[in-house]
Ligand binder design. Structure first.
Ligand code: BG6
Ligand code: MG
Length: 213
């Protein structure tokens, strides 16, 4: 008996992967680190510091240096965020969200990003959600189930009553670990472990999700 839909933000409601990519690329160039789009794909849903660790690829650096680098990357990223607006909402996601609310479902955002509130504000959809969890809400980032469990608790529903929409492998893993229904958006090699997979956001069909699960 599904009572809530929990949405990942980056890659599900809006597409910020390109901005993350450009920001990491600039940092990597400055630091002489190897980086490309393929590595960027591995950073979907991965927290800021874990992302740097993937880029460093085993290279060890002092904590304060790593902090400075992630802060610098974030400053680049926030420059891009200044430019996003309602037009950056993917496809007809906003009308789909409104429809779910009208049908009586609770809706939430559970994002690894510490910029999630800023992004939602610029997309002008913050008020639609019953609750918003972000990269500051829990200690253990996806693929740990913590962020989704925290969100269910805030919504006052059981984990089994939640459907999670995710575009990242780490996010699908987190949803499954939380004992929720996972709906993946993207290629099978990324989100194939989900209960149901759509190749693109435009294809997500909530009627079908409710029928099939
Ligand atoms: C996720 C993105 O939503 O947030 C990742 O998919 C990103 O690419 C992570 O690294 C953390 O974001 P931020 O804004 O806190 O650096
Ligand atoms: Mg995502």
């Amino acid at each position: 008996n599904i009572k809530a839909f929990i949405f990942d933000l980056d890659g599900v409601i809006t597409d910020t992967a390109e901005y993350h990519y450009k920001s990491w690329q600039k940092l990597a160039d400055e630091e002489g680190l190897f980086f490309n789009r393929e590595i960027n794909e591995q950073l979907r849903g991965v927290s800021r510091m874990d992302s740097l660790e993937i880029i460093l690829d085993g290279k060890e650096l002092a904590e304060d240096l790593k902090k400075e680098m992630t802060d610098r990357k974030n400053a680049y990223y926030q420059k891009y965020l200044e430019k996003i607006s309602k037009e950056d909402i993917l496809d007809d996601m906003e009308s789909k969200l409104i429809e779910l609310k009208e049908q009586g479902f609770k809706i939430a955002v559970a994002s690894s990003s510490r910029n999630a509130r800023k992004v939602l504000k610029n997309l002008k959809i913050s008020d639609l959600f019953d609750t918003i969890s972000d990269g500051n809400s829990v200690e253990n980032a996806k693929p740990a189930p913590d962020l989704f469990l925290h969100t269910a608790e805030k919504l006052g529903v059981e984990a089994e009553e939640c459907v999670v929409l995710e575009d990242a492998e780490s996010g699908v893993d987190a949803a499954l670990a939380a004992n929720m229904i996972a709906v993946g958006v993207g290629p099978d090699d990324r989100v194939g472990k989900a209960h149901l997979v759509y190749s693109k956001v435009a294809e997500i069909d909530f009627e079908e999700i409710l029928e099939k699960i």
